[in-house]
Design a protein. Structure first.
Length: 269
């Protein structure tokens, strides 16, 4: 078709064709690469902490975390404890749904771009369920505190000896639970937030204590910072040393690799 045109008309036709091709490429490439309007937003800015939401563990007591929330408030953070349905003993996925609603409310109330999350005990599993279901895009940092990420033998024992005393939430925390198997089958720490796991080697509720390890997270056993620390599972949210560790890890900037050199400073508050 171009052969019958004069040289000038041929050059004009080729130029117009090039413009059309470039326009098509400009539209097609974002669509094919998944980088159009529906592309995921960039990871939250680590230098801009948002509100802190604290998730209680099995039993659902908000009182256990109120002291830590108060300490965060004292240093200028917007911190609140999220009540979970069924006092934390029911289906953990239902608790994750309730937590998702609380996150949406906190972001709308504060206008922040992201939240920081502290999940104590089973609350850390609830936070992970929320993150795996898309919540990771809303979090700057997720910190778990003595959480049975790979189950606990205490729940195993309960299902064996007293099954009537081990409701659904308890059953989901056994070492062979379907829920934990699914949660741990892929990436234990989805992209978006930075992840921190604080736990104690003295834990007799999460057994073995190493169940609190989280692949891809910054691991901080309390005793790796203060070797002589004697902190049980129930003391994790209230112990001043652990609270200081949490505050340090939720500060602006990247998470801190706390070591024994930080022990004295953290104990001073």
């Amino acid at each position: 078709m171009l052969a019958g045109l004069s040289p000038a008309r041929r050059r004009l036709a080729l130029a117009l064709l090039a413009v059309v091709v470039l326009a098509v490429v400009a539209v097609a490439v974002p669509l094919l690469s998944g980088r159009g309007d529906d592309a995921p937003s960039a990871a939250p800015d680590q230098d801009e902490p948002g509100p802190v939401l604290l998730v209680p563990g099995y039993g659902g007591s908000t009182r256990s975390l109120q002291g830590l929330a108060d300490r965060l408030t004292a240093v200028g953070r917007d911190a609140s404890v999220v009540a979970v349905p069924g006092e934390g003993t029911g289906d953990l996925t239902a608790s994750a749904d309730a937590f998702a609603a609380a996150v949406d409310d906190a972001l709308a109330r504060t206008g922040a771009d992201s939240v920081d999350v502290v999940g104590y005990s089973a609350g850390g599993v609830i936070a992970r369920l929320w993150a795996a279901d898309g919540g990771a895009e809303q979090a700057r940092r997720v910190l778990t505190l003595g959480s049975p990420h790979h189950g606990t033998r205490v729940a195993d024992l309960a299902t064996s000896l007293a099954p009537s005393q081990c409701p659904e939430g308890c059953q989901q925390l056994t070492t062979d639970s379907d829920l934990l198997a699914r949660l741990n089958a892929g990436d234990e720490t989805p992209d978006g937030p930075t992840w921190v796991s604080i736990w104690t080697t003295d834990d007799t509720t999460v057994t073995p204590p190493e169940s609190a390890r989280l692949d891809g997270a910054l691991e901080l056993p309390v005793q790796s910072v203060c070797a002589d620390a004697q902190v049980g599972h129930g003391q994790l949210p209230t112990d001043p040393l652990v609270q200081a560790m949490v505050l340090a890890e939720l500060a602006a900037g990247p998470p801190v690799e706390l070591t024994a050199t930080d022990c004295a400073r953290l104990r001073q508050g």
